[in-house]
Each structure stands twice: as structure tokens, then as C-alpha cells.
Design a protein around this ligand. Structure first.
Ligand SMILES: NC(=O)c1ccc[n+]([C@@H]2O[C@H](COP(=O)([O-])OP(=O)(O)OC[C@H]3O[C@@H](n4cnc5c(N)ncnc54)[C@H](O)[C@@H]3O)[C@@H](O)[C@H]2O)c1
Length: 236
């Protein structure tokens, strides 16, 4: 497992990248939130169908859990979905000692982070991103929903307690989503590091053949570049 520490003005937290990360998440919550009342899993409905059952069963062995499944893509970031999710939280007795877990791509990260930042004036959240592109939203704390007149028009800055990338989830990503994620990685390489750009051009042959170490390197580089704009990172 690789770990990067993100330092922001309001919070320092770690982004962890590895495989089979659920035990890490459970240990993290037990260590840092011993009084947690409930986990509120806010999941992309498609991702939940693919990976959510195992993930939620494992979490439910250690914690009280409620699950809200949001529509996939930008539909997750509507006022209607936001209201429906808040209603779910209230009906299922999510309280100030509860923790939101965002389980999906960047859209779910934005929705769940915004919910966490506003529910009862703010409760903690943990990111479990399932797309490569979501490495960009793993740092910076930008959380938002859309308005019919513009994307990301309603939001704020709100930092997660931690981010856990489980590379196993990437195995089900459609080719278009892999390419979309790598477009962002390439942008970060252009912005930051000639050597990394060369390596990327040399190593990336096909979205169907992604080596775990290479993917981890790409995520770390992308996160480091994204983090440069907000403060400091440290690698462990
Ligand atoms: N907050 C930030 O700093 C920041 C940065 C970049 C992007 N974003 C936001 O992120 C969103 C785009 O993120 P995205 O590209 O991850 O899109 P997304 O979250 O809409 O996911 C794209 C598609 O991939 C599917 N998917 C996700 N994980 C999967 C998996 N493991 N296997 C199979 N299918 C999977 C989803 O169901 C969806 O259909 C936009 O709303 C953008 O505004 C935010």
C-alpha cells in the first residue's frame, strides 16, 4: 500500500492506494472515530451493483450502516438527488457522530462531500473513489452539486478525513472511463514532470492492460500535481 499525506490549511489527511482496502478503512474508522454512531454509505448505483454488496457487508460487520444509492453520473449532482439523500439520512437516523463514505467516481465524491459538509452543519466523510479521474477530486476539498444554469454552482471546500483507493475497483471500469482518467493524468504530467510524461508515453499502450504498479504511480503523480495548488504533500 502507498500513502500520500495531503496538508491543507484546515486539515491534514492521507490518501492510501492499494488492493483489498476495506480492512484498512475499518481499522482507520475504529482508530480515529471510536464513537462513530453509523456509517452512511453514499454510492453510485452502478458501482454499488458491481462492488457494493461485498463492501457494505464487510463494513456492516463492524458498524451500523445505512446505504443511499444515487443515480450514476451528473444526475447524482442535482438538487433533487441531494434532497432525496438528505431525507434518507434523516429517516435512517444519521446523526452528528455518523460518517459519510463516498463510494463511486468524481460525481459521487462531489455529491457525498457536499452532503457531508451540509448535513447537520457538517459531519465527517471518507472518500473511496472508484474511477481514475477521481484522483483529481481526492485533493483540494472541492465539493459541489450542479444548478440547471451551471455545473458545480453550489458547493464549498470541505476536506475528507481520508481517501482510500482500492485498485480492484478499477477492473470493471469501461474503456471510456479509463481513457478519461488517463487524459487527466497526462494533463498532470504535462504540467509537472517531463520524465513522468516520457514514462507515460512509453508505458501506456492500451486501457485493457494496466499494470498495478504503473497505475499506482500515475495516481500518486496526479495527486501530487493536484495537491501542489493547495499546499504540501509527503510520500510514504
Ligand atoms: N471536486 C473536484 O475537485 C473534481 C475534480 C475533477 C472532477 N470532478 C467531478 O467529477 C465528475 C467526473 O468524475 P468521473 O469521471 O469519475 O465520473 P462519474 O463519477 O460520473 O463516473 C463515470 C461513470 O463511471 C461509472 N463508474 C464509476 N466507477 C466505476 C467502476 N469502478 N466500474 C464501472 N463503472 C464505474 C459511473 O457509474 C459513471 O457511469 C464530474 O462531476 C466533475 O465535476 C470534481
Amino acid at each position: 500500500m502507498k500513502q500520500i499525506t495531503i496538508q491543507t490549511a484546515s486539515k491534514t489527511y492521507d490518501v492510501r492506494i492499494g488492493v483489498e482496502m476495506t480492512n484498512e478503512i475499518v481499522s482507520f474508522i475504529k482508530k480515529y472515530f471510536p464513537d462513530v454512531s453509523k456509517l452512511w454509505l453514499i454510492a453510485d448505483e452502478s458501482v454499488y451493483k458491481l462492488h457494493g454488496r461485498t463492501f457494505s457487508e464487510d463494513l456492516a460487520q463492524s458498524f451500523d450502516l445505512t446505504i443511499y444509492q444515487a443515480p450514476k453520473g451528473e444526475k447524482a449532482k442535482t438538487f433533487a438527488t441531494y434532497e432525496e439523500a438528505i431525507t434518507h439520512g434523516l429517516k435512517h437516523h444519521v446523526d452528528r457522530k455518523s460518517i459519510v463514505i463516498a463510494f463511486g467516481g468524481g460525481a459521487i465524491g462531489d455529491l457525498a462531500g457536499f452532503i457531508a459538509s451540509t448535513y447537520m452543519r457538517g459531519i465527517p466523510f471518507i472518500g473511496v473513489p472508484t474511477t481514475i479521474l477521481a484522483h483529481d477530486s481526492a485533493v483540494g476539498g472541492k465539493v459541489a452539486i450542479n444548478h440547471p444554469l451551471g455545473k458545480n454552482m453550489v458547493g464549498q471546500f470541505y476536506q475528507p478525513e481520508g481517501v482510500f483507493f482500492d485498485l480492484n475497483y478499477f477492473s470493471s471500469l469501461p474503456e471510456t472511463e479509463i481513457l478519461s482518467g488517463f487524459a487527466e493524468v497526462i494533463k498532470h504530467a504535462f504540467l509537472s514532470d517531463q520524465e513522468f510524461l516520457q514514462k507515460l508515453m512509453h508505458s501506456f499502450r492500451s486501457p485493457a492492460k494496466l499494470d498495478e504498479d504503473f497505475l499506482t504511480d500515475c495516481l500518486i503523480k496526479g495527486i501530487q500535481v493536484a495537491a501542489m495548488g493547495i499546499g504540501h504533500t509527503g510520500n510514504r
